[in-house]
Write a protein that binds this ligand. Structure first.
Ligand SMILES: [Mn+2]
Length: 324
């Protein structure tokens, strides 16, 4: 273990920036790249505590993630154990998202909303998906000010803006105007306010009440529960991969399509591979890409196609599927 793995800055006056990720073992390599990029773009005068929420990681994954620790970045693991809330979520995923993957992995998407409850020592925190790469200091997102009424900061979901089926789905089935609907893959969270509004139990109640068949469940609930309580940031903190990234881009999100660890010649792949290099997962990731055959690509395209189709069908609903 590294001598730096104490979780505390050497200088006790240095402010701690808590950054959360939520993964299963399969996401560990992408998370490593994200965390490595965070460290590379870190401000040496700050201290970052990266907390990885997970549902069970192999020893080898833990060792490789841990080895990213530096003197201004700690890494902690928190296994989400099977509490009552999680049981409701897992049962819901099992019923409602059959075929979408393994149910415990789907439950991982909800872990971010356990943060307020599991970490009462923090007043605010940043959450990032594991399919992100930093190009700027995440501490700047942490510093963003929220008003009295704002509970999170996030960005209007660009995939929803882009895909007409998603747009209609969000407007009609989720019941949130698409230009207010955010992506929950990158968030600044005011944990104090989330505790006060009982975010987690509200989400669980909605799950139990409606048992709704949704396209992006964790995110759909977030948008319904947090509507009107969001500070919007621009694309600099949740940018789509693109050939020419705007200069002020601080975070790129490889959301849904064109993951560089699956496809060659996709936008921003260099950004990803440069971050992956220097993690213990680089070889694994290259092998994963090489093994992603045309057949698997087709399978993935069909999955995304099915998701869009499902959104299109649900968009025909007369009233929202969930309501606060
Ligand atoms: Mn994502």
């Amino acid at each position: 273990m590294s001598i730096f793995a104490t979780g505390k800055p050497l200088n006790p006056l240095t402010k701690v920036v808590p950054v959360f990720l939520a993964i299963n073992n399969a996401y560990a390599p992408y998370a490593a790249a994200a965390i490595h990029s965070l460290e590379q773009k870190s401000n040496k005068d700050r201290y970052y505590r990266v907390i990885i929420l997970h549902d069970g990681l192999s020893l080898s994954s833990r060792i490789r993630l841990r080895s990213l620790v530096t003197k201004n970045m700690a890494i902690q693991f928190k296994k989400i154990s099977h509490n009552l809330y999680l049981r409701v979520i897992v049962a819901y995923c099992t019923r409602r998202q059959k075929g979408a993957g393994d149910f415990f992995s789907l439950a991982v998407y909800y872990y971010r909303f356990f943060i307020p409850r599991l970490f009462p020592m923090y007043e605010k925190a940043v959450y990032i998906d594991s399919d992100t790469i930093l190009r700027g200091d995440i501490g700047e997102l942490f510093d963003m000010e929220l008003s009295e009424t704002e509970v999170i900061a996030a960005m209007v979901d660009p995939k929803v803006t882009m895909v007409p089926e998603f747009r209609d789905y969000v407007d009609k089935a989720v019941g949130v105007p698409h230009d207010e609907y955010v992506n929950d893959g990158v968030m600044l969270m005011d944990l104090k306010k989330m505790r006060k509004m009982k975010y987690l139990s509200t989400m669980i109640k909605l799950i139990q009440k409606y048992d709704a068949d949704l396209v992006a469940p964790d995110q759909d609930y977030a948008n319904v529960i947090l509507r009107g309580k969001i500070r919007y940031f621009g694309a600099e903190w949740n940018a789509e991969p693109q050939k020419k990234l705007p200069k002020d881009t601080k975070l790129v999100h490889f959301n849904l399509f064109n993951k560089p660890w699956h496809y060659k010649d996709v936008p921003c792949e260099d950004l990803f591979w440069n971050a992956a290099r220097g993690t213990g997962f680089y070889g694994d990731l290259r092998r994963q890409q090489a093994a992603f055959t045309a057949e698997k690509q087709k399978e993935e395209h069909e999955k995304v196609g099915a998701l869009i189709e499902k959104a299109g069908v649900l968009a025909k609903t007369k009233k929202p599927l969930i309501k606060l």
